[in-house]
Design a protein around this ligand. Structure first.
Ligand code: AMP
Length: 546
């Protein structure tokens, strides 16, 4: 069925993409275009300039990468045929990898260029000839002035995350780079926000652009079911582990976990089954029959977790559903509303949880605007939380058993053991056995709080609002430290308001304290000079133990 979908009018084929690209998308497990792709790909393919308002997580990369790939010609040109400018080195690598993946069958030659990477390797690759360059403005300009990058063959220029680039002070570099490209080029601009400065750039450098804004269906307040909503910010490598923990703590009766692609569905299902859940995959690659059977097992209670793509879960209605979990921020705010509409029906309690990568937090904001409600960002359960939770489950299991009326037959065991041991020790051993039979203690590494987005070396550091940084402070309970001492020292020495100081954990010899990312450096500097309970402790970022 997946093949039908990709090749159908509703799928990517309906957008006019060539077979090599369709096959690449199919093998990546993309089931259908995201809204921004549906709207942007046809006009860009037709050669129009375009201004698109879209943040990370909407699928905007494919929205410009696929048309670029479609238009590539095999003939050798002196310089690249397409140039994408992006604000950070991280994004340069990400976009370049995406172009490479989508263009696999076309053997596309794509090169990321950014500061901080040895220029020699870039020079070599450039001299061998590349078709697409993805770079940060500073380094691209560098190559132009060295004469190592010839932009005279460029047919399409993309300005990706244009607002970020302006914020980082790249406006003049962008102007200078555009001046080196042919006047008749196609220009595509994507930006999460549309401040007047972006408009000015679009007016100066784009020709009658098609304008696309993610549709804003207004949701009437009454339409939003009463659902407890929250989000967690997690770095990509830790998402599966984070999901496992959240499920451990939430203990849903029946939940659906939404993923972007079939591959993601499969790997998440596997990870959850490895953690002892009864999880089943549901995606467009399965026959209707298979899907019906999976649904039956969920309704019957023999499956507790369904891991699905949007396409596969369309129209799905399960009464028992208590939790909707978004493994990624949905690519359109409206999709979020549709997904969470599956829980909290008929006055029952529902829970919606979203995992967001640090870069996807803007999409969360867009969702908040649409639903007119804040989605609080929660702290991931720590190993300590998990241990406490498991002990609590063991306690609850025992509590239940205490109400059973067939306990008497075990009295002979107690009686024979209490000859040599006191009864409390016997009880402790029994609890231990029960606890271990139920999975035992948690034995896993802490998940680090996401580091602030890495900025290109050539760019200026800008405070991000992406979350919190955990600091290590080398003083603890043994020195008589109390939470208020830490808050007092931080507020007094760095000027950070006490209410901005987050979770504090005090151990015997050291403490961990959360502060906003944007204040971390300032707090470290200020605390390093401070005396706390007569000492001058080490203060640094926490080093996650992986
Ligand atoms: P972007 O907004 O371009 O950063 O893309 C966000 C994520 O969505 C990336 O991991 C893409 O691989 C994924 N993605 C993009 N388009 C689709 C699609 N049509 N179906 C499923 N996943 C997609």
């Amino acid at each position: 069925m997946d093949e039908d979908l990709v090749e159908s009018e509703a799928g990517f084929a309906g957008l006019g993409l060539r077979p090599e690209l369709l096959r690449a998308l199919l093998s990546l497990g993309y089931e259908e275009p995201t809204p921004i792709q549906r709207e942007a790909i046809p006009p860009v393919l037709a050669g129009h300039d375009l201004v698109g308002q879209a943040a990370t997580g909407t699928g905007k990369t494919a929205a410009f990468a696929l048309p670029i790939l479609q238009a590539l010609t095999a003939e050798r040109t002196a310089g690249p045929q397409a140039l994408a400018l992006v604000p950070t080195r991280e994004l340069a690598e990400q976009v370049s990898q995406a172009v490479h993946r989508y263009g696999r069958e076309l053997n596309v030659r794509v090169l990321p260029v950014y500061g901080g990477q040895p220029i020699g390797r870039q020079l070599q690759a450039l001299s061998r000839g590349v078709q697409v360059v993805v770079g940060t403005p500073g380094r691209v300009l560098d190559h132009i002035s060295r004469g190592t990058l010839d932009l005279s063959d460029v047919r399409t220029v993309v300005l990706d995350e244009a607002d970020e680039m302006l914020d980082m002070g790249f406006a003049e570099d962008i102007e200078a780079i555009l001046a080196e490209t042919p006047a008749e080029r196609q220009t595509v601009l994507f930006s999460a926000t549309m401040p007047p400065r972006i408009d000015a750039i679009a007016r100066r450098h784009l020709r009658e652009p098609v304008r696309i804004q993610m549709a804003r269906e207004d949701v009437a307040p009454g339409e939003m079911p009463l659902v407890r909503q929250s989000a967690y910010v997690v770095g990509r490598p830790y998402k599966a582990a984070a999901l496992g923990r959240i499920l451990d703590v939430e203990a849903p009766t029946a939940a659906i976990v939404f993923c972007r692609t079939r591959e993601e569905v499969d790997s998440v299902t596997e990870a959850l089954n490895g953690r002892g859940y009864r999880a089943e995959a549901l995606h467009g690659g399965m026959s209707q029959d298979q899907r019906d059977r999976v649904m039956g097992r969920l309704r019957g209670g023999s499956t507790e977790l369904l891991v699905a793509t949007d396409v596969a879960a369309r129209g799905l209605d399960v009464e028992q559903l208590t939790h909707v979990i978004n493994f990624n921020v949905p690519s359109a705010p409206e999709a979020y509303v549709h997904r969470i509409g599956r829980v909290g029906r008929a006055g029952r309690e529902g829970v919606a949880i979203t995992l967001a990568e640090p870069r996807e937090q803007r999409m969360l904001k867009a969702i908040e605007r649409l639903i007119g409600r804040r989605i609080p960002i929660e702290r991931l359960p720590t190993v300590t939380d998990l241990r406490a939770r498991r002990l609590e489950l063991t306690r609850a299991t025992l509590q239940n058993a205490l109400e059973d009326d067939d306990l008497e037959r075990f009295r002979v065991v107690i009686d024979s053991l209490t000859d040599d041991h006191d009864i409390e020790t016997v009880a402790l051993a029994a609890v231990k056995l029960l606890h271990e039979a139920a999975g035992g203690d948690v034995d896993e590494a802490e998940i680090p709080s996401p580091a602030p987005a890495r900025r290109d070396k050539e760019t200026r550091q800008r405070p991000t609002d992406s979350g919190v940084t955990r600091l290590f402070v080398g003083i603890g309970r043994r020195a008589g430290l109390r939470p208020q001492d830490l808050v007092g020292a931080i507020a007094g020495e760095s000027g950070l308001p006490a209410r901005d100081v987050g979770a504090i954990q005090i151990t015997d010899r050291f403490s961990l304290v959360e502060v906003p990312d944007s204040a971390a450096d300032r707090v470290i500097k200020a605390l390093s000079r401070a005396t706390i309970r007569g000492r001058r402790p080490t203060v640094r970022r926490e080093r996650p133990n992986r």
